[in-house]
Design a protein around this ligand. Structure first.
Ligand code: ZN
Length: 398
């Protein structure tokens, strides 16, 4: 593919400048307002159409648009500006809100540098770069709050406004979370199960006579469930099962009659809540076959927060565009991002039927001290996004 004239306009210095400005404004989840006000002012100074979309006034989102959705597809870029708080100040070598380029010039260091103010800065930078372009369609940035917490005031609210017809519906979305410049077109889903092993409470003295110790039963179940799952999906890797909470017992001298534990199960495309439950039942049936006293009850999705595994197919135009652009910009075939990473807001776009690809920079120490992003990767991200925009929206200069 030909990259077009836009890719070579990308400026490393301007990207570092915008990322640094964003890092310098503290915005732990719940306190995003000041940084979003800075974004709005930045847009106004460039005559960019920006709209505040807020469910909670303390946690606004900003939707920036160039072009007219009526004239072609709408491509959205989603980045969040909330961060985790600083909990380990003594371990930082530089101030978390004093963005610093490392001595070798490779990294930009500060809270949110990797997760994900720098990448969101790339999106803002591109809105500025294309501010005067004429598109077939529209380019949008969804700059959101509330990614690190529930997303209800953030991306979920933005997509609710899309569903209500108050915002144009994107055809495609790019997610800029860290992906080491690899392509992330799918994410694992998750579902929790709460399993209660049932025994018979008794006095300790009668433990071997009338008691059935529910903790001992749960121990068998936990060990049977805590296993590597022998499945693999090329876009996301393996599914995961992990027992993460357990509670039982009323006193040191009472054999416990119940023991409850929580299972966190990460799903790959093709797996469902029902199939994961059936697998657990199968494992526990094997335990029961060797122990006539083994009994349990299971609750599926007790918190109501299950997420299906989600995937944008390889033949979607946006997946093809990111792959072609990454290959053309870097000269290498882009790899799929198969890592033990958490979910991104991309899942909400996919659930809304919007084709979504994750492509972001590499970085280190996200959520920790001396968080940093690789500056060369930001430049590559910006060049790849500019090529994707060129491919999907055919920009011309006014
Ligand atoms: Zn993030």
């Amino acid at each position: 593919m030909s990259l077009g004239p836009w890719v070579d306009k990308v400026s490393r210095d301007e990207i570092v400048e915008i990322a640094s400005r964003l890092i310098a404004i503290p915005s732990p989840s719940g306190e995003e307002r000041a940084v979003m006000e800075w974004v709005v002012a930045w847009c106004q100074a460039r005559n960019l159409d920006s709209k505040i979309v807020a469910k909670n006034p303390a946690r606004p989102n900003v939707v920036i648009t160039v072009g007219d959705p009526a004239t072609g597809p709408t491509l959205a870029m989603n980045g969040h500006l909330d961060t985790v708080p600083v909990s380990d100040l003594a371990d930082w070598k530089t101030g978390p809100f004093e963005p610093t380029v490392s001595a070798d010039g490779r990294k930009l260091v500060g809270r949110g540098a990797s997760d994900m103010k720098s990448s969101t800065g790339v999106m803002l930078y591109l809105m500025g770069l294309f501010a005067e372009a004429r598109f077939k369609g529209a380019l949008q940035a969804h700059i959101v709050s509330d990614e690190e917490t529930s997303a209800r005031d953030g991306t979920i609210h933005v997509l609710d406004e899309v569903a209500a017809g108050n915002l144009p519906r994107p055809n495609y979305c790019l997610i800029g979370e860290k992906s080491d410049l690899k392509i992330r077109n799918a994410e694992r889903g998750l579902v929790a199960f709460e399993i209660t092993c049932l025994g018979r409470a008794s006095h300790t003295a009668a433990a071997r006579a009338t008691g059935i110790n529910a903790i001992a039963k749960a121990a068998k179940a936990v060990l049977a469930l805590e296993q590597d799952l022998d499945k693999f999906h090329p876009a996301v890797g393996k599914p995961v099962i992990s027992v993460n909470l357990i509670s039982a017992g009323v006193a040191h001298n009472v054999v416990p009659g119940e023991c409850t534990f929580s299972v966190d199960r990460r799903l790959i495309p093709g797996e469902t809540v029902e199939s994961a439950r059936a697998e657990i039942e199968e494992v526990l049936a094997v335990v029961a076959s060797t122990d006539p006293d083994f009994r349990y009850e299971m609750v599926t999705n007790p918190q109501g927060d299950a997420i299906p595994a989600n995937i944008t197919p390889d033949d979607s135009p946006v997946v093809r565009a990111v792959r072609d652009s990454a290959r053309a910009v870097t000269g290498r075939e882009p790899e799929p991002f198969v890592a033990w990473a958490g979910a991104t807001d991309g899942r909400f776009y996919r659930q809304a039927g919007i084709d979504t690809v994750g492509y972001g920079p590499g970085g280190e120490n996200a959520h920790g001290a001396n968080e940093a992003v690789i500056i060369d990767d930001l430049v590559t991200q910006a060049r790849v996004y500019a090529a994707v925009i060129t491919d999907l929206l055919a920009p011309t200069s006014r």
